[in-house]
Design a protein around this ligand. Structure first.
Ligand code: GLA
Length: 725
């Protein structure tokens, strides 16, 4: 068992191959946090219990029965509001008397093998009970009768712990959940740097790395999605930690709506991190006997650097988050018509796409936005999910038949959570969009957002999607989400439940996605939100790949893909070669190979030479698929540290194959360029395919590969393929 409880010391110890996590039941039944970091043995746990303390102006706890115990200076396992701890609160209830004082104390616990799912929400899962052990700790607020169960699942071999909380109103009066974070972690000292994957549309997930300072630093979304602007991920890394060395704590929330990550450094130089649903805009009414489950948070610790932290997330998500037929199966090589045609296409144009695509070795045609209602631009028809026969003269069936006859699979675009004011469905049901009585409806991309907190709305949209998918041979769906939520209230819910609508909305989305993947188990679902505006682990539970960004310029894609890779595996990142303005097809291909590869261009416009080049690229795609999709990533030179040149490497699990990519962002007059590789077997010998040269793994990782004479002009790039002899 990766989880043990010691009766003598009243402590819980959660062990993984890279970390130990310890907390215990202190006098007064407080849950006190003792340790999270590199593995330590069981023997010294007792000494950690001496940590709680007292300081002037920090209230004493009368019930702790020991002099000098203050919740305000003690590392706590799950902090609450108003009962002596002035730091960040993980949890607060507004009780029937109208105050928010909340005080949770230990009641009992249970340890079991395996891991349970979360009702209606995405969560990590076990393929086999032996992969994880679970600890549930029941706590209670005696005055209100509210019970909170802290749930920890330990993925021992993956170095990961998942956490969530279950809140039950065991009293006779309704209460409001004001704040419910999924995790709280107290660390001694503040000698850490915090990672923030920040951005905007077409520039998602760039890395900002800053030292912690006293006070509160935060990463949040209140857009009704995880957003382009911030990601529900952070890391706290020891100052000086780099890709290869140093202590790293990684935190990620399995959630696709408003999230909040707060880190507070207090006056005693202690650090607290809380992560969960953003309390701003959230207020959940909990009637007697009702339960509420928080989303799940993932924590990873390694002392082997940022690169290893990322690889741990990648392994965990590839094995225990992504699901279904396409989890490990080879994905079809696709061409998408969006950048090639926009909405200006018809049957003949798409058949011509398919014919060319087939000739180049592409395996699937994806018909993007513009196939339904009377949609010729972004001003109409969202919600009218029936075929625009004036464009598709043989109907969807006729089009798909011709595409299939050419030997290609077929994929289609939907934006199921949206509604255009110019649509039949809006005319019939103007109240089906999110809106607030007597206020203007904010409009974005000429569309409103369907109120997915309402069952009838979800049923309507899903029945239309199901009709299309049941009656046509469709292998793939691109699920888009092209604006954020405003005027969030629900016409059907009473006033006391209006604070639930953001969360109810995303539960509605999860419900429809779950039905979709259950009803159509062979379907490959690709998530998208104006590119990567909803690139989060919640979405990965339903869609094994996500369109990483609308920005397909290969040079700008570098920061996006490097940033995304901090937490998410290559197989989840949609990456296409497009006709974008900059760089050669060679560089476009080299950058797009780092992901779920495809094309996004009009093949009718390609020259003979370009077609010949793409045919060669398709061969490379097949050749390198396994090492990229099933191998391990090493970021050798990142764009966050070097503005001239980047390099990354994939190494197969057995360390017999490696693929190195180097991209010169802008020309630099390096007189000498030795690139040290990582992750190889130091005792094996590797042959460089291009030159036939053979070097030891030890040489390649320590002295490095001499790349001085390789191309280094603006935007030039190359691959180096190595195989063990
Ligand atoms: C979003 C997506 C694009 C494309 C358009 C269609 O912006 O990110 O890939 O599907 O919508 O409207």
């Amino acid at each position: 068992m990766a989880i043990s409880f010691c009766k003598e010391t009243n402590t819980f110890k959660l062990d993984t191959n890279s970390s130990t996590y310890i907390f215990g039941i202190f006098e007064g039944n407080y849950l006190v946090h003792y340790y999270y970091g590199a593995p330590i043995p069981d023997t010294d746990v007792e000494i950690l219990r001496i940590r709680p303390g007292f300081a002037s102006f920090c209230p004493d706890s009368p019930s702790a029965r020991v002099f000098n115990f203050s919740p305000d200076v003690t590392p706590l396992e799950y902090s609450t509001f108003g009962a002596g701890d002035f730091r960040l609160s993980a949890f607060a209830i507004k009780n029937a008397d109208g105050n928010k004082v909340t005080d949770l104390r230990y009641v009992s616990h249970e340890i079991y093998k395996g891991k349970k799912g979360l009702p209606g929400m995405p969560a990590l899962y076990v393929n086999d009970e032996s992969e994880a052990d679970t600890l549930e700790v029941l706590t209670e607020d005696k005055v209100t009768g509210v019970q909170v169960t802290l749930v920890y699942s330990v993925f021992e071999s993956k170095g990961a712990i998942t956490r969530s909380v279950r809140v039950k109103n065991a009293s006779k009066k309704a209460v409001f959940i004001d704040t419910v974070h999924s995790l709280c972690v107290d660390l001694p000292g503040y000698d850490y740097e915090m990672f923030d994957l920040y951005g905007r549309w077409v520039k998602e997930r760039a890395l900002e790395r800053y030292p912690l300072h006293r006070g509160i630093q935060s990463i949040k979304s209140k857009r009704g999605s995880s957003s382009h602007n911030h990601n529900p991920f952070t890391a706290l890394v020891k100052k000086g930690a780099n890709e290869e060395y140093g202590d790293c704590y990684g935190f990620n929330l399995v959630y696709s709506s408003n999230f909040s990550i707060d880190v507070e450094v207090d006056g005693f130089a202690s650090t607290r991190l809380v992560m969960g649903i953003n309390p701003e805009g959230f207020c959940w009414h909990l009637s007697p006997d009702e339960e509420f489950c928080s989303p799940e948070a993932v924590m990873i610790f390694t002392d082997k650097g940022v690169g290893e932290m990322s690889r741990m997330f990648h392994r965990l998500y590839a094995d225990n988050l992504v699901r279904g037929k396409w989890k490990k199966a080879k994905r079809p090589l696709l061409i998408n018509n969006w950048e090639g045609t926009g909405m200006d296409f018809d049957h003949d144009k798409l058949v011509s796409f398919a014919r060319h695509a087939k000739d180049m070795g592409i395996e699937m045609l994806v018909m993007d936005d513009g196939w339904f209602g009377h949609r010729d631009d972004d001003k109409s028809s969202l919600g009218d999910w029936y075929v625009a026969e004036y464009k598709l003269r043989k109907g969807l069936n006729g089009l798909i038949k011709e595409v299939n006859d050419l030997g290609l699979k077929f994929g289609i675009w939907f934006e199921p959570e949206m509604i255009s004011p110019d649509s039949d469905v809006y005319k019939a049901h103007p109240d089906w969009c999110l809106h607030t009585e007597n206020r203007d409806k904010s409009i974005a991309r000429t569309q409103y957002v369907m109120d997915y907190s309402r069952k009838e709305v979800r049923e309507y949209v899903y029945s239309m999607m199901k009709e299309i998918l049941s009656n046509n041979n469709i292998d793939y769906v691109k699920w888009d989400f092209n604006r954020n939520l405003t005027e969030v209230s629900c016409a059907e819910l009473p006033p006391e439940k209006q604070g639930e609508v953001f969360h109810r909305f995303v539960l509605g989305t999860y419900e429809i996605m779950e039905r979709l993947v259950t009803d159509f188990p062979n379907l490959l679902l690709e998530n998208c939100s104006g590119g990567g505006g909803r690139f989060d682990p919640g979405m990965l539970y339903y869609s094994p790949q996500i369109w990483t960004s609308d920005n397909t310029d290969p040079i700008e894609r570098l920061t996006i893909q490097f940033g995304t890779s901090l937490c998410y595996p290559a197989s989840t990142m949609g990456a296409h070669v497009s006709a974008s303005r900059r760089a050669s097809y060679e560089t476009k291909k080299n950058v797009a190979l780092w992901g779920s590869f495809g094309y996004e261009l009009d093949p009718d416009k390609l020259t003979e030479e370009e077609i010949a080049e793409i045919k060669e690229q398709v061969k490379e795609y097949h050749k390198y698929y396994d090492v990229i999709h099933y191998g391990e990533l090493y970021r050798l030179i990142t764009p966050f540290e070097n503005e001239f040149k980047v390099a990354w490497e994939f190494v197969s699990e057995d360390k017999n194959e490696a693929l190195v990519t180097v991209v010169q962002i802008k020309q630099a007059y390096d007189p000498f360029f030795m690139l040290r590789l990582q992750g190889l077997d130091r005792n094996k010998y590797y042959e460089i395919e291009e030159t036939g040269e053979v070097y030891s793994g030890a040489f390649l990782m320590n002295a490095g590969l001499n790349l001085t004479h390789k191309p280094n002009g603006d935007g030039q790039s190359y691959l180096i393929h190595l195989t063990a002899k």
